[in-house]
Ligand binder design. Structure first.
Ligand code: IPM
Ligand code: MG
Length: 390
């Protein structure tokens, strides 16, 4: 096959870990006789520094022409004081939205070789951990209306107690003359989902469950949020077409607890953008490190073998950037997902996954997964070792 991949290294450790992914992709291409062209573009902080915007037209054009995108990470303190729409993160969100990559697949797998790096007691994980988090990626609070406003009577629903909860922040003159006399600053972000947005992610999740152990857990906050009540209604209606898949519902607070208590019982988890962001970071810790968690972001009506963006679930980790100590495994496993989901090349994907396992089995560990007394290897050595097993 001729594969054309856009490479967006981004910020912090992004360039180091994407270099690892590129090296492994080249090795796979060589072994399986594919020709690969990489085109690099800036995104996030790197793009701000160069073009004054976190997502340039140049970058979008390069991505539009490619078969898939490999992305590193975005963000860093250097750009923290910029307004929201100009921050590096806006570049990543802009890409997700532009390509309507609404389905974010985050596999959470405990490698046998990394059992010792799992912080849970052995009896909690004796049956292993193998979860697929299906996170909605282009809706909810991330893309809802947001802003700041000075009117005291917005931002709270009428059914809620009005002033008591905020009495601490009221000025004296305000409490004397009643609400409205003194301006107070409010900030708001809106959680909004359409039935269509919920239905398509529900279908992705049920289909994913069908290819796995046929168990789906829906995570929402339907005891409080109206958007979650619609979410749950739609999940239940899509369930009718999947009688072979079992469905449980959990509130997000309970789900975060159950993930620790009974991680082996989960198969596929479907949840909103915000809850998925939080739960996937939590889940990464029970499999050793966020440094091993890959992700695939797919669109095009959730169909497989289509354009996608592949990125580690971790961030730009500016504190360890440029030191050759970051774990490249999440980026490398994201490349495996790219072969599997965008190109339909299962053997190539498996070759990468087993190369990672062999490197771990041979005792290679980056600092984030090394135990006390183990001598960690750097990013380039880990990458070279994995590449040698392709
Ligand atoms: C992730 C990240 C992003 C998100 C940030 C960098 C905007 O945390 O991919 O999980 O919140 O989606
Ligand atoms: Mg996150």
């Amino acid at each position: 096959m001729n594969l054309h991949i856009a490479v967006l290294p981004g910020d912090g450790i992004g360039p180091e870990v994407t270099a690892g992914a590129v090296q492994v992709i080249n090795a796979v291409a060589q072994r399986f006789d594919h020709s690969v062209t990489f085109t690099q573009a800036d995104v996030g902080g790197a793009s701000i520094d160069r073009y004054g915007t976190p997502l340039s037209q140049e970058c979008l054009t390069i991505c539009e022409k490619a078969d898939s995108i490999i992305l590193g990470a975005v963000g860093g303190s250097k750009w923290d004081s910029l307004p929201g729409e100009l921050r590096p993160e806006a570049g990543l969100l802009g890409l997700r939205k532009h390509f309507e990559l609404y389905a974010n697949l985050r596999p959470v797998l405990l490698f046998d070789e990394l059992r010792a790096a799992c912080p849970l007691k052995p009896e909690f994980v004796k049956n292993g951990i193998d979860i697929m988090i299906v996170r909605e990626l282009t809706g909810g609070m991330y893309f809802g209306k947001r802003g700041r406003i000075d009117t005291p009577d917005v931002g709270r629903s009428e059914s809620e107690p009005e002033s008591e909860s905020r009495s601490g922040s009221r000025s004296e003159s305000e409490s004397e003359s009643g609400s409205g006399s003194t301006k107070e600053t409010y900030a708001f972000d809106t959680e909004a989902y359409s039935a269509l947005e919920i239905r398509r992610i529900a279908i992705t999740a049920f289909e994913a469950a069908r290819l796995r152990k046929r168990r789906l857990t829906n995570v929402d906050k339907a005891n409080v949020l109206e958007s979650s009540r619609l979410w749950r209604e739609i999940i239940n209606s899509v369930k009718d077409s999947y009688p072979d898949v079992s469905l449980e519902h959990l509130y997000v607070d309970n789900a975060s607890m159950q993930l620790i208590k009974r991680p082996s019982s989960f198969d596929v988890i479907v949840t909103s953008n915000m809850f998925g962001d939080i739960l996937s970071d939590e889940a990464s810790q029970i499999v050793g490190s966020i440094g091993v968690l890959p992700s695939a972001s797919l669109g095009a009506k959730g169909k497989l073998f289509t354009f996608g963006m592949y990125e580690p679930a971790h961030g730009s980790a500016p504190d360890i950037a440029g030191k050759d100590i970051a774990n490249p495994i999440a980026a490398i496993l994201s490349a495996a997902m790219m072969f599997r989901y965008s190109f339909g090349l299962q053997d190539e994907a498996s070759a990468i996954e087993s190369a990672v396992k062999r490197a771990l089995a041979a005792g290679f560990r980056t600092a984030d997964i090394a135990l006390q007394g183990e001598n960690p290897v750097g990013t380039t050595d880990m990458t070279a070792t994995i590449t040698s097993f392709i």
